[in-house]
Design a protein around this ligand. Structure first.
Ligand code: 13P
Ligand code: SF4
Length: 308
């Protein structure tokens, strides 16, 4: 990627400042490509959790959306967790309120609760286990109990139900507007142009997409499967930033997006990251009781996926 003189200056300043303050910068795959340049670690939700959990840095700057920064705080509560933009939310996480989950638990008292990481800390605290897109199937399979309340994503719940046929999945009616907007008509339209391309889809996509996809995987999983698959062309169904990420990581293959933009993921900029490091703002915290309960749900995921 070519950077302007101004961008180069900001990148240098960020790098100097993070060394001086012993800060680590964790970056989600959907962030703007210029932000990849200052990342200490770039990855999907599960990988970023693992990094947040093990870091020795004094400050974690989280470039993603708020539930990810909250998760970093829960996993490593002694750290100062900062976000460059104070209200980068997640539309799917906002769909589920604690009262909705309490209601579901009352209706299904025997069911265990598995909560997708794209949710608030309060929801995680009410859950038996957290999962990410790459760990959802293993967590549901591994958790004892034959009835599972799965929140908040109905599409991921459907994907899990298909892959864990022995369990009854009770789904909440939430979705990611960015993924749920992708239809099979749009996919067939793209296939007219790139007929031989393999289809890679995120499991937050609708069932009609997942039924046709060649690979269904998390954002970082997309990089691994595109490397392994001998195909040259791929249709990528997820947030558009992932197309840039794939092109950068695998420059000898072609990636075509059937994608949509997540504006919250694009709120962070090089300028706001520099300001965040300089002013040590905006700080993310989670109340102690919520942190303790949510941490138990995270630890259940690590136990079930052998990611201690
Ligand atoms: P991944 O964990 O696959 O990176 O997904 C995060 C996300 O928000 C997808 O919309
Ligand atoms: Fe949330 Fe969807 Fe954006 Fe991911 S892409 S952060 S699920 S709104």
């Amino acid at each position: 990627m070519d950077f302007s003189t101004e961008q180069k200056k900001i990148i240098d300043e960020i790098k100097k400042l993070k060394r001086a303050k012993n800060a680590v910068i964790l970056v989600h795959n959907y962030q703007r490509p210029e932000i990849y340049e200052i990342a200490d670690f770039l990855g999907d939700s599960l990988q970023l959790c693992m990094e947040a959990k093990k870091t020795n840095a004094d400050i974690i700057v989280f470039c993603g959306v708020n539930f990810m920064a909250q998760s970093a705080y829960i996993l490593n509560p002694g750290k100062k967790v900062l976000v460059p933009f104070y209200d980068a939310g997640c539309a799917m996480a906002d769909m589920l309120k604690p009262s909705d989950l309490i209601e579901l638990k009352k209706k299904h008292p025997k069911a265990k609760v598995v909560t997708y990481i794209n949710s608030s800390a309060e929801i995680k605290a009410l859950s038996d286990a957290v999962c990410t897109s790459s760990s959802a199937v293993s967590v549901v399979k591994g958790l004892d109990g034959s009835e599972i309340i799965f929140v908040p994503d109905k599409n991921l719940a459907n994907y899990v139900a298909k892959n864990v046929p022995g369990k009854k999945i009770i789904a909440f009616d939430g979705h990611c507007p960015i993924h749920d907007f992708l239809t099979k008509e749009a996919l067939y339209e793209a296939k007219k142009e790139y007929g031989n391309a393999k289809i890679i889809a995120h499991p937050e996509s609708r069932n009609e997409i997942l039924e046709i996809a060649d690979h269904i995987t998390s954002t970082s999983g997309m990089i691994d499967c595109a490397k392994k698959d001998p195909a040259k062309d791929f249709l990528v169904l997820t947030e558009c930033g992932m197309v840039e990420r794939l092109k950068k990581e695998i420059p000898n293959k072609n990636f075509h997006g059937v994608c949509n933009l997540c504006f919250d993921m694009k709120k962070n900029t090089l300028e706001s990251i520099l300001k965040c490091l300089k002013d040590e703002k905006f700080m993310v915290t989670v109340p102690k009781d919520v942190t303790e309960q949510a941490l138990k749900a995270f630890n259940k995921m690590f136990e079930l996926t052998k990611n201690g």
